[in-house]
Design a protein around this ligand. Structure first.
Ligand SMILES: Nc1ncnc2c1ncn2[C@@H]1O[C@H](COP(=O)(O)OP(=O)(O)O)[C@@H](O)[C@H]1O
Ligand SMILES: [Mg+2]
Length: 310
């Protein structure tokens, strides 16, 4: 059971939860995703209406339903949905004894039904997220390769430390999922290197490239992977899923994700930003055109312009 957590919003938790779950389902695993966010983006992304869905996790919190009885069967994965009234759950839970353990108890009964359970946490460190971290065996932390401000990650790591002490002794941090990576910009590469150096956590699979397709997927009620789009980001999530399952890395998938050995070495070992040397591979210009065709978001990065490459 894996919790996908970061108390910062918009870093790719929901996208990662769904994409990793879909990749595991492709490998013939029975997968359950649990929407622990009152904003219910995961529920919406799978095509359900968070305003109308009944029963939902909220019914479990108030004790009207078991978690199992809220589960709906989507074509790709099973879902324990959130509805907007889950927002009230934090308050309801606060006055309950053993509130941190509610989800863990409910999920224990489903462990045999599923090969994998993924928990999409809310962008907060509130009671629901603590419930997720208390229930999970492992936690995966999505981080955006877009901003150098990652103070949120240390705060999350502190919370995980507390959870280990108080409610879940064996919780393990599996690693980072690098989201919204743009290999063409120095900034994105620098952020990725900074993240890996700063937190001493493994990078899972391959960085997930920034692509407009991820923003489009939720309106279709299925994961990006089910859409049959062979973009690098989909391959990256397949690599991440394999690593989480303890499978051997797949060289073809890594290449499809844009993360073969050569690229990885050039991004991670590069000191071009610090030294002023430009050691980026020469295929950058060609790749930019290819990526644009691919639906990749084009970002004009001032650093790139300034570097005089072209
Ligand atoms: N690799 C990506 N490239 C481009 N956009 C992305 C990518 N991953 C996620 N997004 C978009 O970024 C927004 C925030 O992602 P989301 O998964 O909802 O984050 P969170 O659950 O952490 O709030 C969404 O609109 C999503 O479609
Ligand atoms: Mg979310």
């Amino acid at each position: 059971m894996i919790a996908v957590a970061n108390q910062k919003g918009g870093v790719g938790k929901t996208t990662s939860t769904l994409s990793i779950a879909a990749a595991m389902a492709e490998l013939d695993l029975a997968v359950l995703v649990v929407d622990l966010d009152p904003q219910a983006c995961l529920t919406f992304s799978l095509g359900y209406d968070p305003d109308a869905i009944e029963p939902s996790l909220h019914d479990m919190v108030v004790g009207r339903q078991t978690l199992a009885s809220t589960i709906v069967r989507h074509q790709e994965v099973d879902l324990a949905p959130a509805s907007i009234d889950l927002a009230g759950a934090e308050v309801t839970l606060l006055s309950r004894t053993g509130r941190e353990f509610l989800l863990r108890g409910e999920l224990a009964e489903l462990q045999d039904t599923y090969d994998m359970i993924l928990l999409d946490c809310a962008p907060s460190l509130g009671v629901l997220t603590i419930n997720g971290l208390t229930a999970a065996d492992e936690v995966v932390i999505p981080v955006q390769c877009e901003t150098l401000s990652h103070r949120g990650v240390s705060q999350l790591l502190e919370t995980i430390h507390d959870v280990r002490r108080l409610t879940n002794r064996t919780l393990e941090v599996r690693g980072l999922v690098a989201t919204m990576f743009d290999p063409r910009t120095k900034h994105s590469r620098a952020v990725l290197r900074d993240l890996l150096a700063r937190y001493d956590l493994p990078l899972l699979g391959a960085p997930v490239r920034k692509s407009i397709r991820f923003a489009e997927a939720p309106t279709k009620g299925q994961s990006l992977l089910a859409g049959g789009q062979d973009i690098p980001g989909a391959a990256a999530y397949r690599c991440i899923a394999r690593e989480l399952l303890g499978m051997e890395p797949d060289a073809d998938l890594l290449a499809a994700a844009g993360w073969d050995d050569e690229r990885r070495d050039s991004v991670l070992a590069s000191t071009d930003e610090a030294s002023g040397l430009d050691r980026s591979p020469p295929e950058v210009a060609a790749e930019t055109a290819a990526d644009a065709d691919d639906g990749e978001i084009s970002v004009v990065d001032l650093d790139e312009v300034g570097s005089g490459r072209g």
